[in-house]
Write a protein that binds this ligand. Sequence first.
Ligand code: NAP
Length: 259
Amino acid sequence: MDLGIKGKTALVTASSKGLGRGCAEALAAAGVNLVLNARGAEALETTAAVIRAAHGVQVTTVAGDITTEKGRARVLAAAAGADILVTNAGGPPPGLWSDWSRDDFIRALDANMLTPIALMQALLPGMIGRKWGRVVNITSQSVKGPIAQLGLSNAARAGLTGFVAGTSRQVAEHGVTINNMLPGIHDTDRATALDSGVIKAKGITMDQARAERAATIPARRYGTSAEFGAMCAFLCSAHAGFIVGQNILLDGGATNVTL
Ligand code: NAP
């Protein structure tokens, strides 16, 4: 299917690896030029080179922490006029509800709520002016069903979801859509880090930890960044202009909800 977005420009933050990279690759396959970001310059440059070689699109890289004002300013300077915004950042650490201090909450809110909001506030006016835009925020299945040990994620992403619910309905009349993608377990470094915690806590091997987790997913496997990216590219496509303010689960059926 021709996604109808060839020649447009997308900013994808936190995109040298994992789900952000999956989104970047799928957008590039649709002919979209990219601004990519991550803290580590080496992996970022490698990803950019692979995407340029595979898809022949322009790829600009900005190394820096997207959760800081300074990092965001540098990224936004390179992405002025972007038609598509995919927001992403690292997820907060796991723990117990009783462990977290005010500073822990502020860090999680900064990364997973206030950063995507700041990026939208910066790029939405241009999209509204041009009468076309697409925003996809990578959040988490924890928005639909809380994950006990990820209370910081449950809290911060719920705040972002509330902001998007209202804002998406204010900008839709200008041809601009905002939606959220809610990943369940996907085979990325983040999943490996979470499984490493399980290994330590239970004294089991990585294979056992992954098999145990896969058994809790109706699809009986982890998701892939490529299938996540394909949905992201569709939400950013010319065909998705009537999809507004939605929270789309990609979790192999893991979240046991009817709606
Ligand atoms: P990942 O494989 O660890 O990749 C994270 C990417 O983001 C890397 O490119 C990383 O590069 C970059 N990054 C992290 N923090 C950043 C920052 N502050 N500024 C700029 N770039 C940053 O993670 P993932 O699995 O793709 O997860 C992406 C998001 O989805 C996270 O918020 C995660 O919590 C959420 N999520 C993931 C899963 C899953 O199963 N994978 C499930 C639910 C939710 P650098 O480290 O070099 O910066």
